[in-house]
Design a protein around this ligand. Sequence first.
Ligand SMILES: C[S@@+](CC[C@H](N)C(=O)[O-])C[C@H]1O[C@@H](n2cnc3c(N)ncnc32)[C@H](O)[C@@H]1O
Length: 383
Amino acid sequence: MPHPPATPWATLASAERATLARHEEALDALLARGPLSFIDYMGWALYDRECGYYAAREVFGAHGDFVTAPLLSTHMAEALARQWAPILADRGGAIMEVGSGNGQLAVDTLRALGRDGRLPDRYWMIERSARRRAEAQARVARDIPEWAERVSVVADWPDDKAVIIVANELLDALPAQRFRMRRGQAHPLLVARDDSGALGLAEGPADLEMTAALQDLALADGYESEVLPGVDGFLKQASEHLARGVILLIDYGFPRAEFYHPQRHQGTLMCHFRQHAHPDPLILPGLQDITVHVDFTAAARGAIALGLDLAGYTSQGAFLLALGIGADMPADEREALRARQAIKRLTLPHEMGELFKVIAFSRGLDAGLQGFSLLDRRRSLAL
Ligand SMILES: C[S@@+](CC[C@H](N)C(=O)[O-])C[C@H]1O[C@@H](n2cnc3c(N)ncnc32)[C@H](O)[C@@H]1O
């Protein structure tokens, strides 16, 4: 009997092989000018207009490479709508969703808010990928035509203020800088070809600023991990666009002590290709997802430095349960079964319930946020 291929890229279709060859050629042209810092390589591999993974690939869902919570079921959106309702009831205002992908979370959130008569004045979807923006526009026109005029899908931050800024799995998709510790100093890694022409990661010169920022962790020689400089830029933009209200981020990650735990000596970087996870970012450039986890302590410190309040930090499971996920189960038995399965996936600790965290920053918010009422783990961030 023939053995199944060990990895899904062992059987690339000829069109995919041709695309891969084109990407490798484009990468070679870049490398001809010299080694690329890892963060620039990751930025190119994910977002280049011609070759970038998010620019061109069918990335989400059963035919894509990974599934996100909003695509699993409507429960995440419905729970978030319960969190948004009192904020919107207060004085109305806009919602901005950053990295809104194909628009599923936006559509389901608006449906839930619409049912409760709590629609925002405007729902901005801010999405870098033109392909995802087109998908989102089509989804809004198809699924919620009655509210389409309240929705704007844009490439960049609009000239408006919001009372709610939300992002699901945005930070993990920002380009990261990978580094290796050598004699107490952090060396950014570079993507380069070696003498035999093979693509590999080489140590660049020590980065003094990065070394100083990591000094308290006393990382061992050879320790490899990542930093996510884009988080500070994102928070700055979000803070400038928040009138009063909340910035709420959902993503996988840990507090700093766990992120840079001695046992996590190869970092958190992962790649996804057709639901297959592996750690090699240099294969399949532009055809696979590359992602890192989030250091939530760094994010909280960045937000506090911008004058925002830390409004809560907890696991996705605790957040959704505090917002009554599954309170209204469908009457139909088959639908109820599907709903129970989705809720388990979103909340159980060994599924998405524990690895995924929810962190919120606020400005001028009078009441606490219900999502953190069951379990608030702010202290674990050791700020
Ligand atoms: C992992 S996907 C998550 C999509 C969606 N939020 C979901 O949960 O299904 C990350 C998305 O963020 C988008 N993105 C990355 N950087 C961005 C930025 N600076 N501004 C807006 N969108 C961005 C990517 O194009 C991609 O669609």
